[in-house]
Design a protein. Structure first.
Length: 192
């Protein structure tokens, strides 16, 4: 017979992100963050390739990234609102972790499986932070997909990409619930 863990199940059935713009200090200290990263790294990874890594972005690093956005937004011809939103994402944050998808050369494990694993790390990090009592939010935004920005701002190699910026902090407002998927509409049960 299965041995249920009702506390864990209840967490998974009720968990929800806290919008980054509602997060504030205090943020997890280094020990608390290390625990969250340890839980996040405990993620399925076909072939044990560890095709991901973390970049912890403290306040000065987030301010530096915010400072890189306007010139890059202008070079890409983005409108002011898009650029300003990206500036705010970094400038208003107190702590974020960039989860970096870093696929390894492999004849056996397809690259896409390695990228899926990086996405799974993002969710594991989000859930670990929430379970530890912090507010957390998985964000991307155009800078995360811009080669020039991630190379210059985060030092990413050409084969690497940002799977997500995980913003962490203290929640200031309870988030509204959002509609959840209709399981019957997205599930096919096949018996034969
Ligand atoms: C890969 C990925 C990127 C996202 N990027 C953004 C973003 O840039 N801005 C945003 O407002 N939400 C973004 N979201 C959605 C937020 O994470 C949102 O808070 C989340 O869908 C709420 O889910 P939950 O309530 O189940 O935790 C992104 C989600 C994913 C999976």
């Amino acid at each position: 017979m299965p041995i249920p863990n009702p506390t864990a199940l209840d967490f998974l059935l009720t968990r929800r992100s806290r919008p980054a713009k509602t997060l504030t200090a205090p943020v997890p200290d280094d020990d608390a963050l290390r625990l969250i990263l340890t839980a996040a790294a405990r993620t399925p990874d076909h072939g044990k390739l560890e095709p991901w890594r973390f970049i912890v972005l403290r306040k000065p690093a987030l301010e530096r990234l915010a400072g890189l956005v306007p010139a890059r937004g202008a070079a890409l011809g983005l409108d002011d609102e898009k650029t300003a939103k990206a500036v705010r994402q970094f400038a208003d944050a107190d702590l974020a972790v960039a989860v970096i998808s870093a696929p390894k050369p492999s004849d056996k494990i397809p690259q896409i499986e390695q990228v899926y694993s990086a996405g799974a790390v993002c969710l594991a990090l989000l859930n670990a932070a929430l379970a530890a009592g912090w507010g957390a939010n998985w964000l991307s935004g155009w800078p995360s997909h811009d080669r020039d920005f991630v190379a210059r701002g985060l030092g990413l190699d050409a084969h690497e990409s940002v799977a997500g910026f995980l913003h962490l902090g203290t929640e200031t407002a309870a988030p509204p619930e959002r509609p959840r998927p209709d399981i019957d509409a997205i599930t096919t049960w096949i018996d034969a």
